[in-house]
Design a protein around this ligand. Structure first.
Ligand SMILES: *[C@@H]1O[C@H](CO)[C@@H](O)[C@H](O)[C@H]1NC(C)=O
Ligand SMILES: *[C@@H]1O[C@H](CO)[C@@H](O)[C@H](O)[C@H]1NC(C)=O
Ligand SMILES: *[C@@H]1O[C@H](CO)[C@@H](O)[C@H](O)[C@H]1NC(C)=O
Ligand SMILES: *[C@@H]1O[C@H](CO)[C@@H](O)[C@H](O)[C@H]1NC(C)=O
Ligand SMILES: *[C@@H]1O[C@H](CO)[C@@H](O)[C@H](O)[C@H]1NC(C)=O
Ligand SMILES: *[C@@H]1O[C@H](CO)[C@@H](O)[C@H](O)[C@H]1NC(C)=O
Ligand SMILES: *[C@@H]1O[C@H](CO)[C@@H](O)[C@H](O)[C@H]1NC(C)=O
Length: 548
């Protein structure tokens, strides 16, 4: 069915309320329903009291499900159906029948956020090649909710923008690039159907997508006047309706709008929204959607080259609940694509909308494979500091994995202890050049702090810290950039403790005191390198990293 016909019919159906049997707005021909072991929920409208029978016809026989409509709504839970299809789903009452044809069973991913999620496949680099590939992926199906808001929680969408479709260049040119590419790459891996549900809106804040319940946890009840910042209005109209459908997981690209709006609460509001969505989808689907469903997100890319404000760096940090990486204790079963190394200075859509969405989606799929699908031994996170050593002249960062490093004069910065409130907004940060590295450690020149000592360290703490794929630290295979971090020696009220919360990626938490020490050995080593100016970028002997 042509999408526009479908929209018109749907509107007619919604307006009509004629008591006829029909499915809710987001069920349609060519759709994907959640596969086993979960059970898909189907629901719709029927005359009050009518008995509704639902059955599947297709490759595997299923028993009929029966229910009666209460207050004009019917709802059934299908038995688990393995990946595959196509099926026809028939709902009938004694007087009428509604059929969904060409239905596949697979995993459903919900794609939310603001303009970088909305960013269309026709706008990316190599768009024509990407669109031409659509015909090769008939088992990745797309659906898009219309941009609507509501003051109250709705049970169904106000309007459908793009009904469920088998991908074509025409459909995909209007569909989210990050969502599509994520689905396509996941299909390559999983080899079974993927259903993509796009529900996002440019320029919107996290508050708009959060329920009052979630906002309350962060002291954020008050609402703004503009539709797109108004608390909960998009949650109400564009997310809440989907909670009755069974989904596998969600991906999210948002945060730009919060760089100057409730920024300091984002470390609370974002994790609270994730947990609240999980709770709502779990209960809304009668327990079928996992109460810890995997949630992937894109850490902010770049916007203003040369900007020195902390908007984007703070949001990037807050996106991880101030831990620096995910998954972590407050953000279980999450995964993150770090993208601060994918700036696009020449984007015709504005620098805030970089056109490389392929790398964004690919990095998300690595996280999804590891966190959402449990693929073992997959490298899906960039390097993060594990131990930090300080001498009078050097700072050495030992990473949690092997690294590939390129020289940098100013992407690492130190804050010296002569400054009160190190790491605070008034502190003075000075560049610390990379002077050497080993297979898993980076050494910085901190002599600019003399005669005082290094009190804090940060990495890539700028809106636009490096060029395209040219940040200083990557995974050993060069694919995944290290996420930005900030670490302080003195926490408020405490002395001489370099303390960071270290959270294992399996969700268990532990506290460690990173060992920043004046390491005699490091100094001894640096002396042996004296007079070797030319090769100051030498590899540190691997001996160094073995001392703990
Ligand atoms: C589904 O319905 C369509 C249209 O009525 C029909 O052509 C098709 O064979 C049916 N498929 C299955 C699997 O029953
Ligand atoms: C819903 O969104 C569509 C498309 O954005 C718009 O045309 C329509 O007027 C909206 N409906 C309401 C009730 O806001
Ligand atoms: C919201 O609207 C009210 C009046 O309708 C006005 O007094 C207030 O300043 C507005 N707030 C913002 C943030 O625009
Ligand atoms: C969130 O960030 C703000 C500002 O940076 C900070 O004051 C606050 O303690 C943080 N809250 C949590 C829960 O980490
Ligand atoms: C675009 O295509 C070229 C040529 O195949 C390739 O080298 C480049 O990586 C592609 N760009 C993106 C962002 O995928
Ligand atoms: C470290 O920086 C200082 C000045 O900031 C400079 O004099 C010194 O040569 C640098 N050392 C190395 C090893 O680069
Ligand atoms: C979680 O990971 C840590 C560190 O890798 C390990 O020590 C711990 O046993 C793990 N815990 C569970 C419950 O798997």
């Amino acid at each position: 069915m042509a999408p526009f016909t479908a929209v018109v019919l749907l509107l007619a159906a919604l307006r009509g309320c004629d008591g006829n049997l029909r499915f809710a707005s987001y069920y349609g021909d060519d759709m994907v329903l959640q596969k086993a072991p979960q059970r898909a929920v189907l629901w719709g409208y029927a005359p009050a009291g009518a008995t509704v029978t639902v059955f599947l016809s297709g490759p595997v026989k299923q028993k009929r499900a029966c229910t009666s409509a209460t207050q004009g709504i019917w709802r059934v839970l299908l038995d688990p159906v393995d990946a595959g299809g196509p099926y026809n789903v028939t709902a009938s009452t004694p007087s009428s029948t509604a059929v969904l044809t060409d239905v596949l069973f697979g995993d459903i991913w919900l794609c939310g956020g603001q303009s970088n999620m909305y960013f269309k496949t026709s706008q990316v680099f190599n768009a024509s090649e990407e669109l031409a590939l659509s015909a090769k992926y008939p088992h990745v199906r797309t659906f898009m909710a219309a941009l609507n808001s509501s003051e109250t929680e709705l049970i169904d969408l106000i309007q459908v923008e793009l009904p469920w479709s088998v991908p074509s260049a025409r459909i995909l040119s209007e569909f989210s690039a990050v969502c599509w590419l994520f689905g396509r790459y996941m299909f390559e891996k999983l080899k079974y159907p993927i259903g993509l549900v796009e529900s996002c809106w440019g320029g919107t804040s996290v508050e708009a997508w959060s329920s009052p319940r979630a906002l309350k946890q962060c002291g954020l009840q008050q609402t703004e006047n503009s539709t797109k910042e108004k608390s909960s209005v998009l949650w109400n109209a564009m997310i809440h309706p989907f909670r009755t459908m069974t989904i596998y997981g969600a991906i999210w690209y948002q945060g730009e709008a919060n760089a100057d709006y409730n920024k300091n609460k984002y470390n609370c509001s974002f994790p609270a929204m994730i947990d609240d969505w999980r709770m709502a989808f779990h209960s809304g689907s009668g327990g079928q959607t996992a109460d810890d469903f995997p949630f992937g997100f894109v850490q902010l890319c770049t916007n203003n080259k040369g900007a020195t404000d902390d908007g984007f760096p703070d949001i990037r940090w807050h996106q991880t609940a101030d831990v620096g990486f995910v998954p972590n204790y407050p953000m279980k079963k999450t995964f993150m694509a770090v993208t601060l190394d994918l700036p696009d200075e020449a984007s015709p859509y504005g620098t805030i909308h970089p056109r490389d969405k392929q790398d964004v989606a690919y990095r998300l799929t690595l996280g999804a494979r590891a966190v959402a699908y449990g693929e073992p031994d997959l490298l899906f996170r960039g390097p993060f500091p594990q131990l930090i050593w300080a001498s009078e002249t050097f700072v050495e960062i030992n990473y949690d994995q092997l690294v590939s490093v390129r020289p940098s004069k100013d992407v690492f910065e130190v804050c010296c202890s002569v400054v009160t409130a190190p790491g605070g907004s008034s502190s003075r940060w000075v560049p610390a050049a990379v002077v050497a590295w080993s297979a898993s450690a980076v050494r910085l020149n901190a002599s600019s702090c003399q005669p005082s000592e290094v009190a804090a360290l940060r990495y890539a703490w700028k809106d636009w810290p490096c060029g395209v794929k040219a940040c200083p630290v990557y995974t050993a295979n060069g694919v995944l950039p290290a996420p930005p971090f900030i670490v302080q020696k003195y926490e408020a009220g405490k002395r001489n403790i370099w303390k960071t919360k270290v959270v294992n990626w399996n969700g268990t938490s532990e506290r460690r005191t990173p060992r920043w020490r004046s390491a005699d050995l490091l100094q001894a080593q640096s002396q042996t390198k004296d007079g070797d100016e030319e090769s100051s970028m030498t590899l540190i002997s691997s001996r160094v990293t073995n001392i703990v």
